[in-house]
Ligand binder design. Sequence first.
Ligand code: SF4
Length: 314
Amino acid sequence: MTYQHLFGPVPSRRLGRSLGVDLVPLKTCSYNCIYCECGRTTHLTTERKEYVPTAGVISELDDCLAKHPSLDYVTFSGSGEPTLHSGIGKISDFLAERYPEYRVALLTNGSLFSLQEVREEVSGIDVIIPSLDTGEERTFRRIDRPHPSLSIEKIISGLEALREEFKGEIWLEIFVVPGLNDTETEIEALRKAVLRIRPDRVDLNTLDRPGVVTWIRAASEEDLERFAAGLDYPAVEMIRKPPPTEGGERFSEDALDSIMQTIRRRPCTMEDLCEMSGMRPTEINKYLRQLTMEGKVMEERGKRGVFFFAGSVK
Ligand code: SF4
């Protein structure tokens, strides 16, 4: 079976070996973040609906997980905002009932937790990782460029309500963009927001792959240390690159298709692709050359080296 909605497993910096579940078409999101590694949002929306067939996602998960793959997490993430999918509750219930041995995570921008139905639908998930980049409305519009119906107060109140009701862990992710959300005023606004939300931990992230705009830069270790000190919260962590994975078990039957599926979702270096696939660089190179010649893959130099991305993304 070739999967349309699953990708990886990918080595995640926080989640170990993670099988991705992509619930929306590229790039359907309620935000259009300047740092998004999936490219510019082409469908900016807050409308919840069945963007891809719920039954199709469940059938792929069943096919894949019945083989008992070695995974740390099954993770809702991918080409946009997963909570926009109206079947996320049904899919997560399926995982909890049929495959309780797998932990489930959700990477989300946190924009829809003001809706009680969304909070109820995600209640069976083990770890929710919502992003929150600022406590200030003006900066929210500059970094996350949200749908006009959203405000930063609505987002923070929604996350507060989630904390009240949700029994699993919440790891709040702050993406540090030097010059935009790392001033003293910004850090203080975030400190207050974090105290309201009371996450189990706060993860500080920064640019690792090329974003949508070219003028942003990654925060240095010193920037992140200063930011963490300003937050003054008991559990603040800095996200670092994951260790290489062993083996290289792939779920796509076709290597070319597997590479394409991976870079369609996020730009990758050769090293990333080797780690994710278990293939040798010479082998990956062979496929990349072919995809480049067909115009399906493009290259761009970033801080960690040359990144390959799907030609249609940028
Ligand atoms: S980073 Fe996440 S929230 Fe922001 S535009 Fe990309 S997919 Fe949407």
